[in-house]
Design a protein around this ligand. Sequence first.
Ligand SMILES: [Mn+2]
Length: 431
Amino acid sequence: MTEPFRIAPEFLAEHNRARAKDLAADYEHLGRQLARRGLDVERITAAVQRFCVAIPSWGVGTGGTRFARFAGPGEPRDVFEKIADCGTIQQLCRATPAVSLHIPWDEPEDPAALRAAAAREGLGFDAMNSNTFQDQPGQRLSYKFGSLTHTDAAVRQQAIEHNRHVIEVGRRLGSRSITVWIADGANFPGQQNHRDALSRYLESLRAIYAALPADWTMYLEHKLYEPAFYATVNNDWGTSFWCASQLGAQCRCLVDLGHHAPNTNIEMVVARLVQFGKLGGFHFNDSKYGDDDLDSGAIHPFQLFLVFHELVDAQARDPSFAPAYMLDQSHNVTDPIESLIGSAGEVQRAFAQALLVDRRALAELQLQNDALLAHRALKAAFQTDVSPILAMARVRNGGAIDPIAAYRQSGYRAHKAVERPAAEQRGSGIV
Ligand SMILES: [Mn+2]
């Protein structure tokens, strides 16, 4: 068998050489503009160079809707091919050095071999994800009516054991966290006792929490609705916060941007969780109507910026503040690699823009109740085109000045279409 295609370093170097002069000019111009505002472009670029967002393993496959899935050419057929695609994303954008796995979709026969394959791509493992929202072949008990909150203790125990297994797999891969999201809930008023279901949830979480290694974090991911359409057990940030508080210091809340009611002020949810010491991390995506899992920044870039405004503020107050950032998207009409490269860039963009906020001036304007100028202080940061900073950060980290153009010109997807003839795909979903 011939070696799988990889983008050659020489190809990348040539791509950057052809664009270096224009980038230098744009970067210098932006640097002068920022200097007039009292900002050091080099400090911003250095911070962007250190910024990372994890890639979900399921994101490199084409997603789907509840109506259909239209497979793309050269999709990864197993976890090793997913790692290869994640390695290519990291090679080009240099902001995505970790992969988040989903068990059992990515169940490794040999965790050590998988860990070594990831290391060869320059990748580590971010949060592990358990799956008790679907039944697996040969599974003894069904999750049709719930998992960690099921009325039958035997089903709950099976779901607890699965989560413990995921922790064990993650431990062998070098991961340091697990994200628990459950689909449990009700489709009809009267179907479940809301209080008892939440009590069972907490009891099950305690059993998982007890198996956490000392240096691990458990993230609770709330979601308003879907697949349960009347009530979800962990339905909002308040419920998630209460559960995380009950469990202890190693449990924190994860905010998936799509898991809220339309028009929810998500940046305020973020501010509250930060203030209460329980913000654990993010699943970035974007949406128009529900949990649409569109590409980050595609619909509401200002909201993404406002979220990062809170995060940068939190970091300014506490330098040890370091939530886990991950993309969680479903790519139905694009090449998933291009969407993930683009989305990593949009998240970086929001972070870089938030670094431009003149926080001292903003605080003063807030004290003076100058609503208009306070708002304009945020807008000045949001409306700055930081693209040259993002490109410079990428190239200094060894990536591509224009990663999507480089990816297209490399012919990576066409090579994979030949190397990876279509196969039955086991799992590609979105959580
Ligand atoms: Mn999610």
